[in-house]
Design a protein around this ligand. Sequence first.
Ligand SMILES: [Zn+2]
Length: 340
Amino acid sequence: MATQAHRCTCFIIPPSMLRKLADTATSQADRCLLLDQCETSAYLRGQRSISPVATGVAAVGEKRRTVYDANHKTTLPGKLMRTEGGVAVADAAVNQAYDGAGITYDFYREVLKRNSIDNKGLRIDSTVHYQNKFNNAFWNGQQMVYGDGDGKLFLGFTGALDVIAHELTHGVTQHAVPGGLIYENQSGALNESISDVFGSIIKQWKLKQNVEQADWLIGAGILAPSVGKALRSMADPGNKELTWSGDDQPKTMAGYVEGGDVHTNSGIPNHAFYAAAIALKGNSWDKAGPVWYKALGLLTPNASFADMAKATSQAAVLLYGADSPEQHAVQAAWKVVGVV
Ligand SMILES: [Zn+2]
């Protein structure tokens, strides 16, 4: 038996970023490579966006990871390099993908009582060394895929836990939101934001950082210093000093970009989460994270920012009671960003 669910081929690096970097590339070869990858991304993203999701067939598993090597080609999944419990191999990217998937699995299991991406112990497959100098990482609806980066602008993607957790969370969203979240307009920006939210929480959880200690950056460490420090800031979306020169994220609805990329408008719900987490104090995974997670089950595929505001408020009531300080903090956070 299978149901239909909206899934995305979701990239960590938006095409607009690749295009902006192509504009300022110092050589024709670099420019061509970036534009070429922009087209590859558009092609993969345009592929069938609805896929059957098997329901209730596979035996419930525990943590099961496999990592493959595409050997710089585009055939997936590639050559099997490491399976669950296997010893570390010589290839650092294989081990990083394995470890990052494991930490993400452990977080969902221990903190949110979720058994893998589908809550049924789905095996987490990852492929490293996709294509040549590929400046991106993505979830294709079924597995994780990592490029190596060109070494000039992008330093690699498997080293950043928040990037791994961001991408795997696209899989969680696909299963946890009834019918999935359509990857365009506000529902698409929400889809992106949910991945940033849990990407950041999982990094904070691993580093044992409370909301004051966290840097709230997404993708710190994957960019060459000449490009910038990070992809996005949840504390201050659009702050180019904290991120990079092309950061175009709005922080509130006053800056909402009509028809904007899902990675652009996601700044607004990202900042709402940040505001809620700061107000709730302590660790982001103690209260704010569980509220956002519970809200996923209350959304529909076309959910807007206002729907997410309502869902998180309802989730806070379910977890902490009506009129609780938690519910008030969540509602106030959506006021900060002008959604309600
Ligand atoms: Zn994403």
